[in-house]
Design a protein around this ligand. Structure first.
Ligand code: NAP
Length: 286
């Protein structure tokens, strides 16, 4: 097969990277890279925080596009060790920009660049992250946008497919007939993996992108209502989903409203996304 694009996918062994490989790996000439990868024809081991290792990577591949999906999203770990969080999320990005000046870079970023106080954040909303994790993602975004003309940001909310942590937790508990407490005062806009892949494919394959920052996300919902929708779509008992309160629980790192809005992305890419009923039903049918 003759492929139109040569892609370097960082974080290829991670949750996001694995979804990209499974969903789009056949469309592109794709080489993966990760910190602990087993070396194969399609996968390279490299510590992206180490500029010398990134220089060696350059000798093995010259990609048209880098999908930069490696990083540390563990909020507790980033809070405890900001220096390592910076290296993993920011320095890796700087190293890629310096080493691959001709490649387009699509940086997978996060709703956590926003403070989570009011939600419905647009692509052009000013950010002010409330966590170390969010600060490192915002820092990498800013550096990339300033240093590299062909650096693009794709922000996701919590990504979900059948194997997402929250979905697996709900399936396990509800199948066993156990009640689950879910916050009705924590709003977000979870990203269905099908919507994510559709946006990413356009960003990779379109050479004339008009924007630098994109959002792939679903409609705004509480975690409680999302869990109810999941139960219904899976034929499980939605009465087992009980309301609880993040404010009363003083839950760390779950904000009142960290939802994203995506009108600018939908119009720029001429794409639809977002209804959780449809996405969850499609997922249940897979
Ligand atoms: N998952 C989500 O819902 C979500 C939502 C928004 C944004 N994101 C962003 O997507 C990125 C990946 O998330 P994920 O869920 O896929 O995380 P993950 O499952 O923890 O995977 C992290 C990936 O990064 C690689 N990696 C870490 N440090 C590295 C280094 N120094 N050099 C090379 N590779 C390194 C890991 O390699 P090894 O496995 O080989 O160690 C792994 O492939 C994060 O930056 C996060 O900000 C994720």
């Amino acid at each position: 097969m003759i492929y139109s694009k040569k892609i370097l996918l960082t974080g290829s062994t991670g949750y996001v990277g694995s979804l990209i490989r499974a969903g789009l790996g056949d469309h592109w000439d794709l080489t993966g890279v990760s910190l602990h990868a087993d070396e194969t024809k399609e996968q390279i081991q490299c510590d992206l925080t180490d500029i010398q290792q990134v220089n060696c990577l350059r000798e093995r591949i010259s990609p048209d596009v880098i999908v930069h999906a490696s990083g540390d999203k563990n909020l507790v770990r980033c809070e405890a060790d900001p220096k390592t969080a910076y290296l993993t999320n920011v320095q890796s990005t700087l190293n890629l920009i310096a080493t691959f000046p001709e490649s387009r870079i699509i940086f997978i970023s996060s709703d956590y660049v926003f403070p989570g106080d009011r939600g419905s954040y647009r692509e052009d909303a000013p950010f002010s992250p409330a966590t170390v994790y969010g600060q490192t993602k915002a820092c990498a975004e800013l550096a990339g946008l300033m240093l590299c003309q062909h650096f693009f940001v794709l922000r996701l909310s919590a990504l979900y497919d059948r194997n997402a942590t929250f979905i697996r937790f709900l399936r396990e508990k509800l199948t066993a007939g156990e009640p689950v407490n879910c916050y009705s005062d924590a709003f977000y806009s979870p990203t269905y993996f099908g919507d994510f892949l559709a946006v990413l494919q356009r960003l990779v394959e379109n050479n004339d992108l008009t924007r630098r920052i994109y959002h792939s996300c679903g409609h705004r919902t509480s975690r409680y209502y999302f869990a109810k929708l999941f139960a219904r779509s899976s034929g499980l008992d939605d009465k087992l989903v009980l309301q609880s309160s993040r404010a009363l629980d003083k839950a760390s790192f779950l904000f009142a409203d960290i939802s994203l809005e995506n009108t600018l992305t939908r119009e720029a890419l001429e794409i639809t996304m977002g209804g959780h009923e449809g996405s969850l039903n499609a997922m249940a049918a897979l």
